[in-house]
Design a protein around this ligand. Structure first.
Ligand code: PDD
Length: 289
């Protein structure tokens, strides 16, 4: 039975309950993190904790736990759930209060952490890649905050699925921001390009790792604006996220990307990524690239 952490205690998932007046339920007033675990080791934990602190700061919630306490909490949860490969989900909301848009005073945040087995990616991914569609980025202007308020992301992702695609690539003012739940890379003239960080995209932990791996292995890469036209002319398109690693997009808006098969630079990148994951399994989460 899955164990979870709720407001200071470890309990079985089935017993975890929160009051309906929680501001996460009423307003979507909270932030979250998703942290992969390989061989019992939390992947890039410090980077996830840094982003969590920035998200909390962005919505003006004081960190309910110290870095050391987060580390201990996650470690214990991962152990209680049997180690191995997992995905840890952490959610913090502004707590329980009568419904009022203004922040409640003297209310403790709700802290919930759960974990689920990390499913291996489908074996046919390397052979076929996935389809994506471009959609207008209808989200707000604080996309750098990992907010639980994901209604627009959900609607966009579902629109992509309804069109037979795995992901929506979002376009704001003619340029690509990110996917509905992933960051975007393109290969252009042999150079790996991803949009620069800013308020319109989530600073993905996997995104940063892919840039680090490219740099470490001498693959030219840079952060630069990608227009909708660049996207359609790209030699390769990749999506990155903690749960889907690095996924090749082989069809965009019904057209083949490159030769319609996962590209050669993606193959190199996924090899480096898997090797890095393996080193984390063997040596622990703080492994340098
Ligand atoms: N989402 N952009 C958005 C909008 C995302 O939701 C995610 C990840 C990413 C990639 O970030 P990272 O590499 O740190 O996972 C980018 C998670 C996995 C989710 O919502 O489940």
């Amino acid at each position: 039975m899955t164990q979870v952490y709720l407001n200071g205690v470890f309990i079985p998932l089935e017993q975890a309950q929160i009051p309906v007046m929680d501001r996460g339920f009423i307003f979507g007033d909270g932030v979250y993190e998703v942290i992969p675990v390989y061989g019992g080791h939390l992947f890039r934990l410090e980077e996830h904790l840094e982003r969590l602190e920035r998200s909390l700061d962005g919505i003006r919630i004081s960190p309910p736990l110290s870095r050391a306490a987060w580390r201990d909490c996650f470690k214990e949860l991962v152990e209680r759930n049997g180690g191995g490969d997992q995905s840890v989900y952490l959610q913090i909301t502004r707590g329980v209060a009568s419904r009022d848009h203004a922040f409640p005073v003297g209310v403790a945040p709700t802290v919930f952490v759960t974990s689920s087995p990390l499913k291996p990616l489908p074996a046919d991914l390397a052979a076929s890649g996935v389809a994506a569609v471009t959609l207008e980025d209808i989200r707000w202007q604080y996309c750098h905050i990992k907010a639980i308020t994901l209604l627009s992301n959900i609607l966009l992702r579902q629109q992509a699925i309804d069109q037979g695609a795995a992901e929506a690539l979002l376009i704001r003012d003619g340029v690509v921001t990110e996917g509905a739940a992933s960051n975007v890379f393109v290969v252009r003239d042999g150079v790996v390009v991803t949009p620069p960080k800013g308020p319109y995209l989530l600073p993905g932990i996997t995104r940063d790792l892919v840039l680090e791996l490219a740099t470490a292995h001498g693959l030219p890469c840079r952060e630069a604006e990608i227009s909708q036209g660049d996207l359609h002319d790209a030699e390769e398109i990749w999506l990155t996220s903690s749960t889907r690693e690095v996924v090749p997009v082989t069809r965009l808006d019904g057209q083949a990307v490159g030769n319609g098969r996962p590209g050669s630079l993606w193959r190199r990148m996924i090899g480096w990524y898997q090797a890095y994951k393996q080193s984390v399994r063997e040596r622990g989460g703080a492994t340098p690239v």
